[in-house]
Design a protein around this ligand. Structure first.
Ligand code: F0G
Length: 448
């Protein structure tokens, strides 16, 4: 059993109700525009918001800031090799930097990229290179009540049908995102990973795993997939990642770091590795630092090893489950099973008197802040104007940061909001940026 003693205290104060109302209005009812010190429990994202361990803080002091050939890079490469089984590693400043480098080398005008579900930045990088992002989730992914242990899986039949339509020569890349963030953080089985690898091989595509949350995924596999009942998460992770030709990683998640990412390439793909390095020099920095300080590489190297410890993962997933139980007890409809990094609430069902056009998810997110200083993110019609998605609000849990009392506070907040759900009104947008797909980061709204 694992818990954490906290030896660095960051005060968090709950502003009073009038202050919260004023902060919300000043932010244009957009929670990205709130000052973080006006937030009491921050569940906006699990990305880069976690707490580093004492071992990571100690390693920071060893940072070798050499421009080329830093020994910190060597330690990162050894960690990626030990934990993930890849020894050809090119760092990047964060996940989307790694995506820019990798997809910029693999995707050309008119290509299709298949993925269990593209995360937003992945979709944007495919589009930026002239490609079309095609999602192939299993049907159960869309059903928040379906009882299935691997709702994050890739629908290989759907993938094959799409290849029939467009021709294998137009599908150079197949991606598997583990866990599947855009499908409520649901895990992907190793059996499915093998099938996707075989499918990619059949059509001569590069098989990429987006490994942001590979350790949480491995924990679920060890719990739920019979073949791995006796395996540790570390063993599952190496097995599962071993099927990929390349990895793209945001270390802000399962690297337990506040910044950083990398691309890793399988042995034998020398040409791909070379192209990745060249593009890294153009966009990120010399390939032994990739836009990071040497000390950041050290934090990632230690964090990756900690992320696959079974006791850490049990504690982590239990925290997310505790939050889910609090929200369900408050009467909010949640996506089940609960995923690895976040709880997704179906605001369309919770506030069914508010139409999609009036953003029920944003109404719920604003009310959770107003009631209890809790910051969440809307991932429905406001965030994704063109794609029809359920009206989700995501409550993501930063790693090793919050305690039971925080989750209880969120539960009490949710209970108060549910009690007056009928009185809540929707929102309209008063000002939005030219790129509509990015509007939820900066648009201003007003209550109806
Ligand atoms: N891939 C996945 C599956 C992600 O969830 C993210 C980030 C990225 C790539 C990009 O990584 O942020 O380091 O550039 N997800 C965060 C989130 C932002 O809140 O879910 P990044």
């Amino acid at each position: 059993m694992r818990s954490y003693a906290t030896r660095m205290a960051t005060p968090a104060d709950l502003p009073d109700r009038e202050e919260r109302a004023a902060a919300l209005e000043a932010a244009g009812y957009n929670l990205f525009d709130l000052d973080a010190d006006r937030v009491f429990v921050d569940l906006l994202t699990d990305s880069g918001t976690g707490t580093m361990s004492d071992a990571q803080w100690a390693a920071l002091h060893r940072g070798d800031e050499s421009y080329a050939g830093s020994s910190s890079f060597r330690r990162l490469r050894e960690a990626v090799d030990d934990v993930m089984g890849f020894d050809r590693v090119v760092p990047a400043h964060q996940g989307r930097g790694a995506e820019n480098v990798l997809y910029g080398t693999l995707v050309a005008e008119g290509d299709r990229v298949l993925n269990n579900t593209h995360f937003d930045t992945t979709r944007a990088h495919v589009a930026a290179n002239g490609g079309e992002a095609v999602d192939c989730p299993v049907p159960a992914a869309r059903d928040p009540d379906a009882d299935d242990p691997f709702k994050g899986n890739f629908d290989v039949e759907a993938g094959r049908a799409r290849v029939e339509e467009v021709g294998a020569e137009n599908v150079p890349v197949v991606v598997l995102t583990i866990t599947n963030n855009s499908a409520a953080g649901q895990p992907v089985s190793v059996a499915n990973t093998r099938e996707v690898a075989a499918f990619a091989d059949d059509i001569d595509a590069t098989f990429v795993i987006d490994a942001c949350r590979f350790a949480e995924n491995a924990h679920f596999v060890a719990e739920r997939e019979a073949e791995f009942a006796d395996a540790s998460a570390a063993e599952v992770a190496r097995e599962q990642l071993g099927y990929a030709d390349a990895l793209v990683m945001s270390a802000k998640k399962d690297g337990l770091s506040n910044v950083g990412g990398f691309v890793a390439v399988d042995d034998g793909l020398d040409d791909l590795l070379e192209r990745v390095k060249q593009r890294t020099i153009l966009y990120e920095g010399f390939p032994t630092y990739g836009g990071l300080a040497g000390r950041d590489l050290e934090a990632m190297a230690v964090g990756l090893r900690e992320a696959v410890e079974d006791d850490y993962l049990a504690h982590r997933v239990e925290q997310v489950a505790t939050l889910g139980a609090e929200l369900a007890a408050a009467g909010l409809p949640i996506y089940e099973p609960i995923g690895g990094h976040a709880v997704y609430v179906d605001a369309g069902a919770a506030l069914d008197h508010i139409s999609t056009a009036a953003f029920p998810g944003q109404a719920l997110a604003c009310e959770l802040y107003l009631e209890g200083g809790v910051r969440t993110v809307e991932l429905g019609s406001f965030a994704f104007p063109e794609t029809k998605r359920p009206e989700y609000v995501r409550l993501a849990v930063p790693r090793r940061t919050y305690h039971r009392e925080h989750f209880e506070h969120v539960g009490e907040t949710a209970t108060a909001v549910v009690e007056r759900a009928d009185e809540l009104a929707g929102f309209e947008i008063v000002d939005e940026p030219p790129m509509r797909e990015l509007r939820h980061f900066s648009a201003d709204l007003r209550p109806l």
